[in-house]
Design a protein around this ligand. Structure first.
Ligand code: CTP
Length: 398
C-alpha cells in the first residue's frame, strides 16, 4: 500500500522512541522507502544501529558526520513524500512551534516541502500544560497534522493521557489521510460482510462460520482506492481498517436486507460478500425453549435474497455476488450469476485447501456475465481483495 512512498521518520528524545523501531519495520513492510533523522538526545533512547538496519539507510543525527563532511540539511525534507515525527517530545514540539533550528531533525522539519505528521509522547502534566497546548495549536496553524496521544500507563509510572499512538495506528492514519488513490474517487460502494444470526429464543440462534474477513478486506482495499465505502456487517469480531469506512452493524438477514435496500440506490457498486442465512425460524420464542423428548423439528421460513433483489432493482450499479460451493462449483456459480442478475460472481470452492470461511487466505475464480472466467492463485484475503478491486475497476472504467 505504501509501495514506493518516501517516508522520513523523525525521532526525538522520549521513552516512546522504542516504538519507532516497530513503526519503521511496519513502514518498510508496507513497501515504503524509509529514512530516519533523530535528535542527538534520542540516541540515548534507541540505537541508531537498530534503526539503520531496519530502515536499510544510514541514520542522520548531526549537521556534519564524523569525517566532518557536511550533511545536506534540506535534502531529506525535500526527498520525502511525508515526514512523521514519532515520538515528538515536549522539547522538540516547543522548538517546532518556535522555529528553532539547532539540530538536523529541526533543519529537516523547517525545510520539509512535504506534509508533516507528529505523534507526541509525554507525561500527562506536560501534555496538559498551557505551553504545550499553545505549541500544538501553533503546529496545527502551520498545517502540520497531530496524531492524538492515548491514555494509558506513562513512563513516569502514572496513568493518564500522553502515550504515543501505537505504530499500527500511525501507519493506518497516514495511509488513510495521505495515500488514498483516486481510482474510485466519487464512487460509492456498498459491501455486505460476515454471517447473519437468526434467533430461536433469547439464548440461541442459527448462524454460519463466516468470519467477515473477506468483506472487511474488500472494504479496506476499495476505500484505499478512493471510494466511499458503506460496510453492512453481520456480527463479527473485526473493526474496519479505516475510520472513514462507514460500518453498519446488523444481526439478522432481514436487518441486512433492509439496510442494503436503504443504501443501494445511491451506490455505484454493490458487493454482496456476506454469508446470509437462507432460512430463519418462523417464530422467535420469548423464553428459553425447553428440551424436547426426542426429536425437535424446527419450522423455518426462507429469508429474502438480498443479491437477487438488488439484481432486479439495479439501474447503473455494478453488482458483485459471491458463491461458496462444495461441488459443481462453476455450474452453480453461473446459475447464481444469471438467476440473481449480477455483473460478476466471485467463486470460492470449499474443496480448495486454506480457502473460505475462517482462513486468512482464499482462492477465487471471477466469472463475468460476458462469460470471462478469471482464475487466481491461493493468496491472503488482502491480496484477493486487491484482485477483486482491480477486476471491478477494469470493468467500470471499460
Ligand atoms: N445472498 C443474499 N441473500 C440471501 C442469500 C444469499 O444476498 N438471502 C447472496 C450472498 O451474499 C452471495 C450470493 O447471494 O453473494 C450467493 O450466496 P450463496 O449462499 O452461495 O447462495 P444461495 O443463493 O444462498 O444458494 P445456496 O445456498 O443454495 O447455494
Amino acid at each position: 500500500m505504501l509501495s514506493g512512498k518516501k517516508i522520513l521518520v523523525g525521532i526525538s528524545a522520549s521513552i516512546a522512541a522504542y516504538k519507532s523501531i516497530y513503526l519503521i519495520r511496519l513502514l518498510v513492510k508496507e513497501g515504503a522507502s524509509v529514512k530516519v533523522v533523530m535528535t542527538p538526545a534520542a540516541k540515548d533512547f534507541v540505537s541508531p544501529l537498530v534503526l539503520s538496519t531496519l530502515s536499510k539507510n544510514k541514520i542522520a543525527v548531526a549537521l556534519s558526520n564524523e569525517e566532518y563532511e557536511w550533511e545536506n540539511h534540506v535534502q531529506m525534507g525535500r526527498w520525502a513524500d511525508i515526514m512523521i515525527i514519532a515520538p515528538l517530545s515536549c522539547n522538540t514540539l516547543a522548538k517546532m512551534a518556535g522555529g528553532i533550528c539547532d539540530n538536523l531533525l529541526m533543519a529537516s522539519y523547517l525545510s520539509a516541502t512535504c506534509p508533516v505528521v507528529v505523534a507526541p509522547a509525554m507525561d500527562e502534566d506536560m501534555w496538559k500544560h498551557a505551553a504545550t497546548k499553545k505549541n500544538i495549536e501553533q503546529l496545527i496553524a502551520y498545517g502540520n497534522t497531530i496524531i492524538n496521544v492515548e491514555k494509558g500507563e506513562l513512563a513516569s509510572g502514572l496513568f493518564g493521557e500522553g502515550r504515543m499512538a501505537e505504530p499500527e495506528d500511525i501507519v493506518t492514519y497516514i495511509k488513510e489521510h495521505f495515500f488514498r488513490t483516486n481510482e474510485l474517487r466519487h464512487k460509492k460502494i456498498l459491501i455486505t460482510a460476515g454471517p447473519t444470526q437468526e434467533a430461536l429464543d433469547p439464548v440461541r440462534y442459527i448462524t454460519n462460520h463466516s468470519s467477515g474477513k473477506m468483506g472487511y478486506a474488500l472494504a479496506e482495499v476499495l476505500y484505499q482506492r478512493g471510494a466511499e465505502v458503506i460496510l453492512i456487517s453481520g456480527p463479527v469480531n473485526i473493526q474496519p481498517a479505516f475510520k472513514g469506512i462507514q460500518q453498519i452493524k446488523v444481526l439478522t438477514a432481514d436487518e441486512m436486507f433492509n439496510s442494503v435496500l436503504e443504501h443501494f440506490q445511491l451506490c455505484d457498486i454493490a458487493i454482496m460478500s456476506a454469508a446470509v442465512a437462507d432460512y430463519t425460524p418462523i417464530t422467535v420464542a420469548d423464553h428459553k425453549i425447553k428440551k424436547k423428548e426426542m426429536e425437535w423439528l424446527l419450522p423455518l421460513a426462507k429469508t429474502k435474497d438480498i443479491l437477487q433483489t438488488i439484481g432486479t432493482l439495479k439501474t447503473k450499479q455494478y453488482v458483485v455476488g459471491f458463491a461458496l460451493e462444495t461441488d459443481h462449483e462453476k455450474e452453480y456459480a453461473m446459475q447464481k450469476l444469471v438467476a440473481k442478475n449480477a455483473d460478476c460472481i466471485v467463486l470460492n470452492s470449499l474443496q480448495d485447501d486454506q480457502s473460505g470461511f475462517g482462513f486468512d487466505t482464499n482462492k477465487i475464480t471471477i466469472i463475468d456475465k460476458s462469460g470471462i472466467t478469471k482464475q487466481f492463485e491461493l493468496k491472503s484475503k488482502q491480496a484477493v481483495a486487491k484482485d477483486i478491486a482491480d477486476f471491478i475497476i477494469s470493468k467500470i472504467h471499460a
